[in-house]
Design a binder for this molecule. Structure first.
Ligand SMILES: Nc1ncnc2c1ncn2[C@@H]1O[C@H](COP(=O)(O)OP(=O)(O)OP(=O)(O)O)[C@@H](O)[C@H]1O
Length: 325
């Protein structure tokens, strides 16, 4: 559905040049739900705008929906839907007017636009709002309207730029369900950008992680997490036993990064599930009682940290509000 090679874009701004995207290769297959994850300013929107023909690449090639991005941009536009970050609706327009305008824009008759709009409204749970002014919709309803408009011409591939930014956690989870069902029921291929780790983790089949205009990691959420070396284990013991417990931990096969703070010992092992019985036996053998024990599977933030030396949260531009979990 998407095949891009060496896609790059440099902006010139006030005599300075900004390499927003630096030679990105990406492949998205039919029916996939792929997330493009990265901190603010990483190059997500710029990549999306290039793939949707809104911005000409400085270098690179791509085919999108089977059409060549540079030679046949009109062909690309016919095959894709694009839902921009803020959407494109006018606050004073009625929902039905937006649906009709969008349909006409894609060459649908008024009757077909209304029919398709009704079908999508039903599916996205915004049926019955046709006569409402856009400005009276809730944030979640408006995002669902934006998505309905992006799908009016039944594209096989839809690009969603930060679809859930600004929504509360409940509306966000609700929108994920709708996105999943679009894919499940219509086989729509979805390429979305996000800076929410949780969103990428729970919604996407595959994730591309971008930082500073370059793809730094790629894989299923599980594959990516498995690349981070092992699970974290945190053990609380009585303060006088911390030294002994740390020694026990350090002797476990493959244990690394053993640290102690007050009555807590932390370390990493290749696999938490197999290390635990051995740890418990060894502590028991030394007569060290346990107060608590936790195993942490690596998160996508650990993946980002291992690739870039920063956490996604740290990488956010100061001043940009973000509730990255
Ligand atoms: N028109 C432009 N002129 C100059 N610089 C730009 C322009 N558009 C984007 N940039 C710069 O390119 C870089 C990438 O921006 P982009 O919007 O693609 O990031 P992003 O990952 O989508 O961020 P966000 O999550 O905040 O939307 C940033 O440094 C940005 O300031």
């Amino acid at each position: 559905m998407i095949e891009a090679r060496g896609l790059a874009r440099t902006f010139r701004s006030r005599g300075r040049s900004v390499e927003a995207v630096r030679g990105v290769d990406l492949d998205v297959h039919a029916g996939e739900l792929v997330g493009f994850l990265g901190p603010n300013g990483a190059g997500k929107t710029t990549t999306l705008r290039m793939l949707t023909t809104l911005l000409r690449p400085t270098a690179g090639t791509a085919t999108v929906g089977g059409a060549d991005l540079l030679a046949d941009p009109v062909g690309v536009r016919k095959k894709i839907g694009y839902v921009a970050q803020g959407g494109g609706t006018a606050p004073e327009c009625r929902v039905i007017e937006e649906i009709e305008i969008q349909g006409r824009f894609y060459g649908l008759s008024k009757a077909d636009a209304v029919r398709r709009g009704a079908e999508l409204s039903e599916q996205l749970d915004i049926a019955g709002l046709e006569q409402r002014l856009v400005r009276t919709l809730s944030g979640g309803q408006k995002r669902r309207l934006d998505i309905a408009l992006g799908l009016i011409h039944s594209p096989g591939l839809v690009f969603l730029d930060e679809p859930t930014t600004g929504l509360d956690p409940q509306s966000r989870a609700n929108l994920w369900e709708h996105i999943r069902s679009l894919r499940a029921e219509h086989g729509v291929t979805v390429f979305l950008t996000t800076h929410y780790l949780e969103e990428a983790d729970s919604l996407c089949d595959r994730i591309l992680v971008i930082d500073n205009g370059e793809i730094v990691a790629e894989g299923t959420p599980d594959d990516l997490k498995a690349q981070v070396s092992g699970d974290g284990i945190t053990v609380d013991v009585p303060a006088e036993s911390v030294g002994d417990a740390a020694e026990v931990a350090a002797r476990l096969p493959g244990a690394t990064d053993v640290t102690t703070v007050e009555n807590t010992v932390r370390f990493r092992v290749p696999r938490g599930d197999t290390a635990l019985p051995e740890l418990l036996r060894a502590l028991d053998g030394k007569g060290i009682p346990l107060t608590s024990l936790q195993v942490q599977r690596p998160s996508l933030d650990d993946v980002f940290l291992s690739m870039t030396g920063r956490t996604l949260r740290d990488a956010e531009t100061p001043g940009e509000g973000s509730d990255v979990a």
